[in-house]
Design a protein around this ligand. Structure first.
Ligand SMILES: [Zn+2]
Ligand SMILES: [Zn+2]
Length: 377
């Protein structure tokens, strides 16, 4: 046997390193058929942050005090009163008529309870840990006290900058596939209501941690008081209410229910109107679509129902749907599926909404089927 023949035979026999690589590849392939592996990275980030915070004793912060404050913001007396008022307003002036105990309302009530109980401790842990990691690893980011800067100005600056960061994270939720897997739950709601603000996957909060950065930067000059966070939460909750209400000229600044409904439209790319409280970021980045008569009563949800929803089927099966929705981001996903984007359309919304068009214009078969099911249920 010539030396070259020997070399070719030895290259055909896999080395132990190659065997290990092939083994790892086939394991990854087998796993990815059952689990959407990138989603695990978000869970891992959350776990690492909680572990860091725990081991650092939350950077000296008072965990139970922060937990109580966040609980007050999410479900304190003021928040409950505000939500109660909004629930009445949306019954008086509904965008879409719905039974008082519509399936979507009941499902969102479960999410509200879930947030007030289990999600609040998780978000407290993530918040304290992330703030500590940022201020410790990037101390230059934290501004010293500026004596000429009034406290109210610092608080207003945090409010606006926090909203900008939320906008950015929300855009990422729509453009980055792994984040979209967690965010699509929020968009699966077909019975929009005030409590839809709570219809979020617990791990999506990882993506919104960047909104804490302005608070870290300006911490020596002012901090957002609890009442500020309650007001902010109230604006965001009201934007989700099933209320037929626009803000007229004020809509050039603040998000109204009619404005945010366009973000949840069933028959249109949903990476528009991403603003939480302010519409200025959407206008700056050409993603603002202002309400018209047709958009006010438009259907909401996801075409083809890629995620389990309580509206499908004869019975709502709230708890099994909840379980399916929470494990939804970890389902395997076709990597070639494109996320629908406004980049592929003009900014003019179609002149006919799903409910009134009866199958015309931009309907896909999925949307038409979805709408038929809704009418029949
Ligand atoms: Zn969204
Ligand atoms: Zn929303």
């Amino acid at each position: 046997m010539s030396p070259s023949e020997g070399a070719s035979i030895s290259s055909a026999v896999p080395t132990s390193l190659e065997r290990r690589d092939r083994g790892a590849n086939s394991l990854r392939l087998a796993l990815s058929k059952r689990v959407y592996l990138p989603a695990c990275s978000i869970a891992a980030v959350a776990a690492v942050l909680v572990a860091i915070g725990w081991s650092n004793r939350w950077g000296g912060a008072n965990f139970s005090g922060s937990l109580t404050s966040l609980r007050v913001v999410v479900a304190g007396p003021a928040t409950l009163v505000i939500i109660g008022i909004f629930l009445i307003v949306e019954r008086l002036r509904p965008a879409q008529r719905r039974p008082i105990f519509a399936r979507g309302y009941r499902q969102d009530l479960i999410y509200t309870v879930l947030n007030a109980t289990l999600v609040v401790p998780l978000v407290t842990a993530l918040t304290l840990s992330f703030s500590e990691v940022v201020s410790r690893s990037m101390p230059w980011l934290v501004l010293a006290r500026i004596s000429v800067l009034p406290r109210w100005f610092a608080i207003a600056a945090i409010f606006v900058a926090m909203d900008a960061m939320n906008w950015l994270a929300h855009l990422a939720n729509h453009r980055v596939r792994v984040l979209w897997r967690f965010h699509e739950l929020h968009h699966s709601q077909e019975d929009m209501n005030v409590l839809t603000v709570f219809r979020t996957h617990p791990l999506i909060h990882v993506s919104y941690l960047v909104a804490l950065v302005p608070g870290v930067v300006l911490v020596a000059n002012g901090t957002l008081p609890i009442v500020g966070l309650v007001v902010y939460g109230g604006i965001v909750a009201f934007a989700h209410s099933n209320t037929n209400l626009g803000f007229g000229r004020l809509e050039r600044v603040f998000v109204s229910p009619n404005y945010h409904r366009i973000h949840h439209r069933l028959d249109w790319p949903q990476d528009v109107n991403l603003g939480f409280a302010l519409t200025i970021w959407d206008q700056l980045f050409h993603r603002a679509v202002f309400p018209t008569k047709e958009t006010i009563r438009a259907d909401t949800g996801l075409p083809g129902r890629p995620l389990a929803v309580e509206q499908a089927g004869h019975r709502p099966r709230h708890l099994s749907v909840l379980a399916a929705q929470l494990i939804g981001p970890f389902r395997p996903m076709d990597a070639t599926t494109k996320l629908p984007s406004i980049r592929n359309k003009t900014l003019e919304p179609p002149s006919t909404a799903v409910r009134t068009s009866g199958g015309a214009a931009t309907h896909s078969d999925d949307v038409a089927r979805h709408t038929r099911e809704r009418v029949l249920r």
